[in-house]
Write a protein that binds this ligand. Structure first.
Ligand SMILES: *Cc1c(COP(=O)(O)O)cnc(C)c1O
Length: 393
């Protein structure tokens, strides 16, 4: 197919779904359609704007209940939540942590904050997440299992944990992945930053690992402005998360005693107020996002050399970001497609630049990353705000 013809065809199909608008259509915008104003105003009226308050507690309870986990500990952002999660998984300086090569930079940065080293693994074309088969054959080649855990024979370092990330909201194939992790004694820390509202075989993502991180950044499915949460079913880990995010302060009516180097990672009540209101609307937002995904799928039926990414058969995805996948041939037009759509007021973005290509991580250990590199040159994210899916509340 000729380049111009291909580009115009894609633009036409996107226009079938998107509203006629002179303003740019963002990749992902929040909407404030419920109690957001009322709850934030309540904080302002009462003065409970900072790190304690009833909305923080309510937000935590609602998150745990929605995700089917026993405990949720709100944090100042998703990256902070991941940082805490890795510490709860006992990741130590000098350990290696398996991280997908295709993810937002925060996944690897949180590992680096612990003084640990990311070891990059390849993804599956179906989920964009970690490929359990490739992981298994990689570990069988590089590692030895001893009574102290899994050791990388080529680097001499312990491989302590793995961070599956549910990319664009699509769940990783967790059953085979967990089997591999059990065999290699790896702790699972889920990066569920993008997957609030996504379920694997009926169970919410973020409830499978030892701990998980959520994000409520402004571009996520629901937002608190900035925010995140640690999820876990383990009460002692939940207490530790609370302690670590509260500068490790020992309870006392007035004395400032701390028993380790903690962090100021709590989510302010002001942000939690927004979160409670957003969470009340989550079911509606998910319906709208699913409708939007369906509209894209219909609009791209029969398209040549381009496909819409759909949820894996074993999953119910939140469709956080919709994505188009080009073929090897049409991938030559990716840059042109980005130029055209963005100049036409339709915001699109490529997938993340793979992490092993970032300067900080260029010397990190890795497996063969063929699928990652291929997808990075073929995937393009398209506008995915819930309101684009209509008003089917
Ligand atoms: C959003 C996101 C995070 C956390 O981001 P914050 O902006 O710190 O909340 C972490 N990992 C992934 C994959 C993300 O998409």
């Amino acid at each position: 197919m000729m380049k111009e013809q291909f580009l115009q065809d894609v633009l036409l199909r996107l226009r079938k779904v998107l509203p006629n608008s002179s303003a740019t259509i963002a990749l992902h915008e929040p909407t404030m359609g419920g109690n957001e104003w009322a709850y934030v105003k309540e904080c302002l009226d009462t003065g409970w704007v900072s790190s304690v308050g009833s909305f923080v507690d309510r937000f935590a309870i609602l998150l745990a209940s929605y995700t089917g986990t026993k405990f949720a500990i709100p944090t100042v952002n998703g990256t902070a939540a991941l940082h805490i999660c890795l510490q709860l998984a006992d990741v130590q300086p000098g350990d290696e942590v398996l991280v997908p090569a295709v993810t937002f930079i925060a996944t690897a940065n949180a590992v680096a904050y612990c003084g640990a080293i990311p070891n990059f693994v390849d993804c599956s074309e179906q989920t964009l997440g970690i490929d359990p088969d490739k992981l298994n054959s990689y570990l069988s080649k590089i590692s030895s299992i001893t009574s102290t855990g899994c050791w990388n024979r080529s680097t001499g370092r312990r491989i302590k944990a793995i961070v599956p990330m549910h990319a664009l909201g699509h769940p990783v194939d967790l059953d085979p992945l967990m089997e591999v992790c059990q065999r290699y004694k790896l702790e699972i820390v889920e990066d569920a930053s993008e997957s609030l509202g996504s379920f694997y075989k009926g169970r919410h993502t973020g409830s499978f690992g030892k701990v998980a991180a959520l994000s409520f950044n402004g571009n996520k499915t629901i937002t608190t402005g900035g925010g995140g949460a640690v999820l876990t079913n383990d009460e002692s880990l939940a207490n530790m998360a609370k302690h670590l995010t509260t500068v490790a302060k020992l309870p006392h009516p007035w004395r400032f005693a701390h028993d380790q180097v903690g962090y100021n990672y709590r989510l302010p009540n002001l942000n939690a107020a927004l979160g409670v209101a957003q969470l009340e609307r989550l079911p509606q937002l998910l319906r709208q996002k699913r409708q939007l995904a369906l509209s894209y799928q219909q609009a791209f039926q029969g398209a040549k050399d381009i496909q819409v990414l759909i949820e894996p058969t074993f999953a119910k995805s939140n469709y956080w970001l919709n994505a188009l996948i080009l073929t090897d041939v049409s991938s030559l037009y990716l840059e042109d497609l980005l130029h055209l759509t963005n100049s036409e007021g339709i915001m699109t973005r490529p997938l993340w630049t793979p992490l092993h290509q970032q300067v900080m991580y260029k010397n990190s250990p890795r497996m063969d990353l063929t699928t990652t590199e291929s997808l990075a040159s073929r995937v393009i994210n398209i506008p995915s705000s819930a309101f684009l899916g209509g008003d089917n509340g």
